[in-house]
Design a binder for this molecule. Structure first.
Ligand SMILES: CC(C)(COP(=O)(O)OP(=O)(O)OC[C@H]1O[C@@H](n2cnc3c(N)ncnc32)[C@H](O)[C@@H]1OP(=O)(O)O)[C@@H](O)C(=O)NCCC(=O)NCCS
Length: 147
């Protein structure tokens, strides 16, 4: 049975493990190190004993405190398809709502059907593809959920 708790700075190596297994080119180690420091109050990790299974990171926008973002989401391949991604997202959404957030944004690669299906199930609606969002040819689908 997985334990879900907020992210702590000592989870850095857990986050690196999950990221490495989940993305070909993901966030830099520097940014991963900063995720628990800056966003730990609204971000969650799932652990089985001391083994990391997945995490979801959220953040509250600086200028617009009622707008939140899901900034990362990954479950290790061996733990996928068991509802963990959904549970992690639900914890983040609850924490954002408690913090006064009224709408949540995220972006996802338009070809990432599994993630898009998960976000749709959680009530995120497509707000259109943003061309060249991360550079030439790096399009992203923007999805938004009101809380
Ligand atoms: C996206 C990801 C986090 C999903 O995690 P997960 O723990 O496997 O997801 P869950 O088991 O909670 O599934 C939740 C929903 O996602 C969708 N889903 C999950 N696996 C799926 C699959 N293989 N095919 C289609 N839809 C799928 C379903 O809607 C599912 O709900 P259901 O079980 O009621 O049908 C995981 O696949 C992952 O880490 N992928 C690589 C990293 C990534 O792409 N992150 C998102 C970046 S924006």
């Amino acid at each position: 049975m997985a334990e879900l708790r907020t992210l702590q700075p000592e989870d850095f190596h857990h986050l690196l493990t999950i990221e490495t297994e989940s993305f070909d080119s993901g966030y830099s180690p520097y940014f991963i190190k900063m995720i628990p420091v800056l966003f730990g109050n609204v971000s969650y990790i799932a652990l089985d004993e001391s083994e990391p299974l997945g995490y979801a990171a959220a953040a509250i926008e600086q200028g617009e405190r009622d707008r939140g973002w899901i900034i990362s989401m990954a479950v290790r391949p061996r733990a996928r398809g068991q509802g963990l991604g959904k549970k992690l997202m639900e914890k983040c959404l609850d924490a954002l709502e408690q913090a006064g957030v009224r709408r949540v944004h995220l972006t996802v690669a338009p070809a990432n059907k599994v993630a898009i299906e998960l976000y749709s199930q959680l009530g995120f609606a497509s707000s259109g593809v943003m061309p060249d969002y991360f550079g030439p040819g790096e399009h992203r689908l923007l999805m938004i959920k009101p809380l």
